[in-house]
Design a protein around this ligand. Structure first.
Ligand SMILES: [Zn+2]
Length: 75
């Protein structure tokens, strides 16, 4: 795991700030189904990983909220 901070506000969805342990997609790339089609959602393991890293970086009381032009992190 790289040690650079993940930027949870930089992508269309905060979970994209981590790579997917399930389908292997890198940071910033949406999950795909085994067939190669874009998945409608993000893999559960990736969402859990994003949660873990987010709490690691921002603390358990932080939250990420959608704004008009992206995402913002509040504590
Ligand atoms: Zn995935």
């Amino acid at each position: 795991m790289e040690s650079d901070p993940h930027d949870f506000t930089a992508y269309v969805h905060p979970v994209l700030a981590v790579g997917c342990p399930d389908c292997g997609k890198p940071i910033g790339v949406w999950c795909v189904r085994p067939s190669g089609h874009r998945a409608s959602g993000l893999h559960r393991s990736r969402r859990m990983e994003a949660d873990r890293v987010f709490i690691d970086q921002h603390g358990e009381n932080a939250a990420i909220n959608r704004t008009a032009d992206g995402w913002t992190i509040s504590k």
